[in-house]
Structures are given as C-alpha cells and as structure tokens.
Design a protein around this ligand. Sequence first.
Ligand code: PLP
Length: 351
Amino acid sequence: MRSVVREMEGYAPGEQPEAGQRVVKLNTNENPYPPSERVMQALAGVSGELLRRYPNPTADLFRDAAAKLHGVTRHHIIAGNGSDDILTIATRCFVPPRGTLAFPDPTYSLYPVLARLEEAKALAVAWGRDWSLPVEALANSSAQAIYLANPNAPSGTFVSPLKVAELAKIFPGLLLVDEAYADFADDNCLPLVQRFGNVVVVRTLSKAYSLAGLRFGYAIAQPAVIAEMMKVKDSYNCDALSIVAATAAIEDQSHARGTWENIKAERTRMTAELTQLGWTVLPSQANFILAAVPSGRGREMYLGLKEQGILVRHFDLPGLQDKIRITIGHSHENNALLAGVKMLTAAGKAA
Ligand SMILES: Cc1ncc(COP(=O)(O)O)c(C=O)c1O
C-alpha cells in the first residue's frame, strides 16, 4: 500500500438514504426536478447493439452537442464520468508529484484528496473578506494549479469573471474553474477560455440537468490543453448509455432552464424566510444556501432535522460549525425544512 493512500482520509460523500427510505433530501445538491423526457426517450431507444460494442472513446456525439451550445468546437471539449472524473484527469495532468495544488478555502473537499493522490501538496488559501477571491495570495503561491469552485461550495458565493480573469492573467500555472453550479448563477467564466490558454472550465450534468445518477461532466479549454487531457483519461471513461442520455439532456435547454428558474425563485424565498427567523444566509448563486443557525449550534440543528427525516449537510470545519448547507428542493420540501427549523426553535433544541 502506498503510504500516501494509507495515511489519507479519503473523500466522504454526503449520505445517501437506503432504497425506499422516505426522507426530505436536501444534502447533496441534486436537482429536485426529473431529467428531460427526451433523456428517458433516448435511453428507451438504446439498442443491444450499442451496448455490445465499446463506446466512442471521446464521446463525440456529446462533444458536438456541447460545442454547439457553447459556441466552440468539439476540440475544446473533453467528457468525463462526472465532473469528479474531469477533476481527476486535470490533477493527473497538471499537478506533478511534490508540486502544489492551491485553492481558496473552504471549498469542495475533493480537491485536497486529489492533490494527495498525486503526492502533491494541497495549499488551502483562506478566502478574503466576504468570500472575495484572494488573488495575490493564490497567484504568489508557486502552485502549478489553482482550483476555483465558482459558485463556491459550500458557501454558494460567486466571484465575478472580471476577478477570475485578473488571476488568470497573472498566474503562470493552470487555473481550473469548477462551474458545477454555474447554471444557477448570473454569469460564468466560459468566455475566459478563448482569452486565456491556462483556463479550464469544468461543468457537470449532475445538478443543472438532474442527472447526478448518470455520472457525466465535461471540461472546456483551448484545444491544445484538451489534447493533453485526452492522453490522461481512461480509454472509455464515458459509457454508451451516458453519452446518449447526456446529449439528449443538453439538447433540451428549455426543460433544464425551467428547473433553474424554479430553483432560483425558491432560493430567494428560502433566503428571505430564514433571514426572517433570524438566520444569517450568505447570498447564493448556486442551488443551495449556507445558513448560520442563530444559536451557533449547527451540528445540533443538523441532527435535529435528521431526526425528523430531513437531511442537510453540516461541516465540522473552522468557520462552518455554526452553519448548515441546505440544497434547494421542491417547495414542499423547502416548507418541510422551514417547519422542522421552527419546531426545533420552539423546542429550544438548536436554534
Ligand atoms: C464544486 C463541485 N464540483 C464538482 C462536483 C462533482 O460533481 P459530479 O457529480 O459531476 O462528479 C461537486 C458535487 O457536489 C461539487 O460540489
């Protein structure tokens, strides 16, 4: 066993209920709406012949659809088995052993795990005031790569593309912008790909297209960068079913956009309702909110809600202990959460 593996914690995914268990699941930022009907039709139309053969190794059907959507060529795109696969490919590609991967902290907890697997250092750089991008500290970190989740998880906060461009310009290494939640935001960093050879933008179908179970993500960067990333990926990293389904999903923009609009409206409502109850809610551009419990007892709130069958996420980390992260669900799920919070507050349990 490599000592780096033996000594590491490993990534801890959010809890998934057992099949058939009834819970209000607001803990892993899934989209509460079903995927497009066109996805289900595409899957129903799959032939045995498609499964008998190996899939197209570079998922070109999907790359062409995504290229059309984003106004780039297929050579600007690499597809992966979820965006986690893309993040693994990027880390293997750009972060050398004994090198450094830097990221503003707190953020997506997979990044340090990926760095450790490459026997590289994970350098957590504290966010600036009000979750502003620590441009200087990141640029001067002597890292080979910076990963920026934008909107960030678990804060939901957003860094303007102008600020990201500032960093891309002065940082000599790779700047990966993880846009898992960008479809719920007012803006995104895709245009930076044309301007900067060192920018890789990562997207996923898990949230915006209601396909977390499918496992499909992709990256957009200049063709020279994508060509290098292609060398690093597993030969058939996307299966035939996922290629067909993911393509149908991004071709049905009107379905996906409808879900984004509903989620954004509920995000506004939930922020207002919790603020009314005395909670401090960070302004979110994602499909979740990070909210501070008035009493500061975030873990008790998380446990109290769990007892009522409502799952949210609590992070036992500095700066996050007093908060819970709530995925925006259906309005009836969000109402269940509000009722749960009110009950715990009345009982003097956590709030
Ligand atoms: C910031 C961020 N990036 C990437 C992912 C992984 O998404 P995927 O399902 O595409 O692997 C997540 C999932 O929670 C995330 O929060």
